[in-house]
Design a protein around this ligand. Sequence first.
Ligand SMILES: NC(=O)C1=CN([C@@H]2O[C@H](COP(=O)(O)OP(=O)(O)OC[C@H]3O[C@@H](n4cnc5c(N)ncnc54)[C@H](OP(=O)(O)O)[C@@H]3O)[C@@H](O)[C@H]2O)C=CC1
Ligand SMILES: Nc1nc(=O)c2c([nH]1)NC[C@@H]1CN(c3ccc(C(=O)N[C@@H](CCC(=O)O)C(=O)O)cc3)C=[N+]21
Ligand SMILES: [Mg+2]
Length: 297
Amino acid sequence: MSAELIDGKAFAADLRKTVGRHAAAFAQKAGRKAGLAVVLVGADAASEVYVRSKGKATIAANMESFEHRLRADTSEAELIALVEKLNADSAVDGILVQLPLPGDLDEQAVIAAIDPGKDVDGFHVESAGRLMVGREGFVPCTPLGCIMLLKDRHGDLSGMEAVVIGRSNIVGKPMAQLLLDANATVTIAHSRTKDLPGVVRRADIVVAAVGRAEMVKADWLKPGATVIDVGINRLAPAEGETKGRLVGDVDFDGAKEVAGAITPVPGGVGPMTIAVLLRNTLVAAHQHEGLEPPEGL
Ligand SMILES: NC(=O)C1=CN([C@@H]2O[C@H](COP(=O)(O)OP(=O)(O)OC[C@H]3O[C@@H](n4cnc5c(N)ncnc54)[C@H](OP(=O)(O)O)[C@@H]3O)[C@@H](O)[C@H]2O)C=CC1
Ligand SMILES: Nc1nc(=O)c2c([nH]1)NC[C@@H]1CN(c3ccc(C(=O)N[C@@H](CCC(=O)O)C(=O)O)cc3)C=[N+]21
Ligand SMILES: [Mg+2]
């Protein structure tokens, strides 16, 4: 193996520790803990796992966790009514509505109902707009976690060629904006991109956020490239397994022989998402109490 492993899990554990320390100090000053509300509609098995691990991490970081589980047949009006109740609840600093929503619930309408001051996911149009024009606001957790790992490894990203594969509102687009803000030269690839391997081969930095198991191959990579694998894909169980393996969007075993550095799945970007969510929630809590958010968070 030639690539260095980018240990997102360890980085995230450090960040959670720092957040936990600041959260304890916040509770002292404010006379209450910072609070995160997570709303889960329906009983999606994968989402259950995220919600549980988020709840545990929140409590371990000296913050409060409020979980709201709603039936899969919840109406949009009921869901928005809950969001409005959480907007008005002074114990709640951050609101996360787990996506995707089941059935024909309108995700944009539900996100629009979240108070932008509690939008710790950074999915509200106000947050997206602020990121786009370079004003302070909540940045989506997954791309922010990725840029933290990249800056930790490279320091200055100025002039580097970055290729982001995927253009979703929650990963690809904000990721590209953060790389642009860091003065990288950014290309966004997607399902209509011609010659994706050729585009990826130019990249010093590859961020894969596609949702296709092991799609990015070793021979697409420029030797020495830094590879950030956002994908979370569950393979079908092999013989003798009850649960399939979790893999990313990059063919890790091949890519690790060519890349300079690579994030594993699991243990890469996923843990960063949760750590950044707690960080964003603590920042929101400071804002709600009129306190200056801690330096260097
Ligand atoms: N680790 C973490 O914390 C998180 C992980 N994820 C994971 O990241 C992945 C991406 O998530 P998300 O952005 O929500 O996914 P979306 O499905 O919303 O977006 C996928 C993007 O990939 C593009 N795409 C699909 N097929 C191809 C292809 N063959 N070639 C090139 N581009 C393609 C799509 O293009 P087009 O726009 O043209 O359709 C689209 O822009 C998933 O595996 C998800 O589970 C997501 C969030 C957090
Ligand atoms: N409103 C909203 N915000 C989100 O941020 C959001 C969402 N909806 N819907 C689903 C996706 C996905 N996502 C993950 C977070 C952490 C891990 C994670 O911690 N993964 C571990 C492994 C977990 C396991 O083993 O099951 C890892 O990669 O090491 C994965 C995926 C957040 N998302
Ligand atoms: Mg999506």
